[in-house]
Design a protein around this ligand. Structure first.
Ligand SMILES: [Zn+2]
Length: 182
C-alpha cells in the first residue's frame, strides 16, 4: 500500500478493526513522511461455477451450500460455527487448487469428507441428498465409506480433488482420442 502523500511503500499499522460489512479498517502511518492514512481490506468474493449433473452451470452460492448443510445438521451436535468452518475450508481448498469450475458431485464429496469427521447423522443426510441413493446397497456402501473416512478427513479431501483432476484429464483424453464428445 503506497502512501498517498509521498508514495513510499512502507507503512506501520497503528490500529486494525473489523467493520460491519466484514472488511478490515487499518489506520497506518507512513514510515517515510510520518503522515497517517486509512485502508480498507475486503475479502475477495469467491467466484466459481458449479456444474450440475445436467451439465448446466450455476454461480457457486455460499448461502445455498450453508443452507443445505444446515438442513443436514438439524438436531445434531454440529454447531453453526462448524458449518461456517466447513464452508470456509471447502472454499479455501478450491481456491488453493486453482479451480474455476467444480461439479456439484465433487463439491458434495468435499463437504462430506469434512462432515464425516463431525457427525454421522449429518453426513448420511447430506450424502442422501447429494448422492441420491438408488438402493439399500448404495446406502450400506456409503456407511462403509464413512467408517473408512473417519480416520483421515483431511487426507480424504485432498484425495478427492486429485481424483477429480485425474478423471477430468482422462475424460478430455478420451474425447480427443475418439474424435467426438461423449
Ligand atoms: Zn508518506
Amino acid at each position: 500500500m503506497f502512501c498517498p502523500f509521498c508514495n513510499q511503500k512502507e507503512s506501520r499499522v497503528l490500529e486494525s478493526r473489523l467493520t460491519n460489512d466484514n472488511s478490515v479498517r487499518r489506520r497506518r502511518e507512513c514510515e517515510s513522511c510520518g503522515k497517517r492514512f486509512t485502508t480498507y481490506e475486503k475479502l475477495e468474493v469467491i467466484q466459481f461455477l458449479v456444474v450440475k449433473r445436467t451439465g448446466t452451470r450455476d454461480p457457486y452460492s455460499r448461502e445455498k451450500l450453508r443452507a443445505g448443510l444446515s438442513r443436514a445438521c438439524v438436531k445434531t451436535a454440529v454447531s453453526a460455527e462448524q458449518i461456517d468452518n466447513i464452508v470456509e475450508s471447502v472454499e479455501n481448498e478450491l481456491m488453493a487448487a486453482g479451480r474455476r469450475e467444480i461439479s456439484s458431485s465433487l463439491l458434495g464429496e468435499l463437504v462430506l469428507s469434512k462432515l464425516s469427521a463431525l457427525d454421522q447423522v449429518a453426513y448420511v443426510r447430506f450424502a442422501s441428498v447429494y448422492r441420491a441413493f438408488q438402493s439399500v446397497d448404495d446406502f450400506i456402501a456409503e456407511l462403509n465409506l464413512l467408517k473408512e473416512s473417519l480416520k483421515d478427513a483431511d487426507g480424504r479431501s485432498k484425495q478427492i480433488l486429485e481424483r477429480a483432476e485425474l478423471e477430468e484429464r482422462l475424460s478430455k483424453d478420451a474425447t480427443i482420442g475418439s474424435g467426438k464428445s461423449r
